[in-house]
Design a protein around this ligand. Structure first.
Ligand code: ADP
Length: 478
């Protein structure tokens, strides 16, 4: 089945869900990160401020020398991750020292500002304080204390938030994929299953079959019920049509035979009594009865083939014999000269059926071309197949009609005045398919048409019983 240009419902829903989740996640991650960064910065800043104050309280200045006194109070204890230096007015370190990887970047640090400095290995938070230290040491604007914390050493609750937001997004994506897999199982699989069932029904053209759906979705159930009801209706229509064909042809057959028998009897008697005018009337009736018989014959053959009641009798035959037997009759009418390119090729066929096809093709060639126009018939081999081609130089078939000429009862508008019923090609195609073959048409309006019947040479090559109601073949122009 061709699904070009179509997408699976589940894939469609999943794409939208994933897009939505991606957008939502992006927004969430950006918002969480932004808020967490702000809150984290504030927390670190407060912590550093506290540590700087504690450091200031523990500093003492004796004889111009700074020392760090041991802590006596809880609120003057320094955290392990906190480092500090004391700078003089010129920014020179007079107490403590910078962490190793920060030493070369000290000129980047701005005074009295909370900032982050990126070193090669990590990131440092830096904050200065001066007033309190100078007051405690009783000096004026002499020292500045600078605190530093390595980002790797502080774990705030906010970095956990960030982590949770990433886990949340990953979780949502996994959930959507899981949901997609479940939907796939519950919607896509039964739908594909239904399509499979539908195409099998149409391939076998077994309208008595019904589709099944045991899933829980109401919409799919409604679809199946609608499809099954359509199948039921089609089955009824086809049955009615088949019965109609069969009944009508049976009903007509007997009176036609009686009329024909009576005509032949009467015309024989009249010929002896030399009553020519009545004999002509009888001939007309006989000819009309003949045509009706042809139509009935076609309907009967079609209904037998359709109902599978035609018992195929395969015989090995030279196609030339079939062609000659059909064309002789047509040539006797004297309407068209015939040209033959015949090769003696043998095939295993049902002689009656193939004769019927050739008769239909030859009679169409004669019907749809003016008197006097040549009809060319040829036959030969084509790989494992044999072919019979009937070519005329008649009215041809328009582009609009070409794809429909094999349909039941289809007749092109301009053919309506000629005798016929629109069943000849339908029967011919069905017979071709029963022989594992096909019919190809090449036609040019105003120039003529060529119909080629292809069939398998060997009966064994017809592997499967061909579906009689396959779509009609694509036809091409010359
Ligand atoms: P019909 O009994 O009308 O001939 P067919 O099934 O044999 O029915 O043909 C269907 C239609 O195809 C015809 O009505 C005619 O319009 C067209 N057709 C068939 N054979 C030819 C041909 N050789 N040249 C032109 N038109 C043709």
């Amino acid at each position: 089945m061709n699904f070009r240009g179509k997408v699976s419902i589940v894939r469609y829903m999943m794409t939208y869900c994933l897009l939505l989740i991606a957008l939502f996640s992006l927004f969430t991650v950006v918002a969480v990160n932004f808020m967490a960064d702000r809150a984290e910065e504030q927390t670190i800043r407060n912590k550093m401020s506290r540590q700087l104050r504690a450091t200031a309280w523990r500093m003492s200045l004796q004889d111009g020398k700074l020392t760090l006194l041991p802590s006596k109070k809880i609120d003057t204890r320094l955290d392990e991750d906190f480092e500090f230096v004391i700078l003089d007015q010129d920014g020179k370190v007079v107490f403590g020292e910078y962490p190793e990887d920060l030493k070369n970047l000290t000129d980047k640090i701005k005074e009295n500002e909370f900032q982050t400095i990126k070193t090669e290995q990590s990131v440092y938070y830096v904050l200065d304080k001066s007033d309190l230290l100078n007051r405690i040491l009783r000096v004026k604007d002499k020292y500045r204390i600078r605190g530093m914390i390595n980002e790797d050493d502080i774990k705030t609750v906010y970095s956990q938030f960030k982590l949770y937001s990433y886990i949340g997004v990953a979780g949502a994506v996994v959930l959507v994929i899981l949901m997609g897999m479940i939907l796939q199982k519950q919607i896509s699989v039964p739908m594909r299953d239904m399509c499979e069932q539908a195409s099998q029904i149409s391939e076998k053209m077994d309208l008595s079959e019904r589709m099944e759906y045991s899933g829980k979705f109401e919409e799919l159930d409604v679809l199946i019920k609608a499809y099954n009801s359509l199948l039921r209706k089609m089955e009824e229509v086809v049955e009615r049509q088949e019965h109609f064909n069969s009944d009508v042809s049976h009903e007509l057959r007997t009176p036609i035979s009686v009329i024909r028998a009576q005509c032949q009897l009467t015309s024989g008697q009249l010929r002896q009594s030399k009553d020519v005018s009545v004999e002509k009337v009888i001939e007309v009736i006989d000819r009309q009865a003949d045509k009706m018989d042809g139509i009935v014959e076609q309907m009967l053959s079609l209904s037998r083939i359709d109902q599978g009641r035609w018992i195929m009798n395969f015989d090995r035959v030279d196609l030339v014999d079939i062609i000659e037997s059909v064309c002789e009759d047509e040539e006797d009418r004297g309407k068209h000269p015939f040209v033959y390119h015949l090769k003696h090729v043998f095939a295993e066929v049902d002689i009656d059926l193939i004769t019927l096809v050739v008769r239909n093709l030859v009679s169409n060639a004669s019907k749809y071309s003016e008197d006097g126009k040549t009809i060319v018939v040829d036959c030969g081999e084509d790989g494992n197949r044999v072919f019979i081609r009937v070519k005329d130089f008649g009215c041809g078939i328009s582009e609009k009609d070409l794809p429909r000429i094999f349909e039941y009862y289809y007749r092109a508008e301009k053919s309506r005045n000629s005798e016929g019923f629109g069943l000849g090609l339908t029967i011919a195609l069905k017979i071709a398919r029963l022989h594992g073959g096909e019919i190809r048409v090449e036609s040019e309006p105003g120039f003529g048409s060529a119909f080629t019947l292809f069939i398998e040479k060997e009966r064994s090559a017809i592997l499967i019983q061909p579906a009689l109601d396959q779509p009609f073949p694509d036809q091409r122009r010359e």
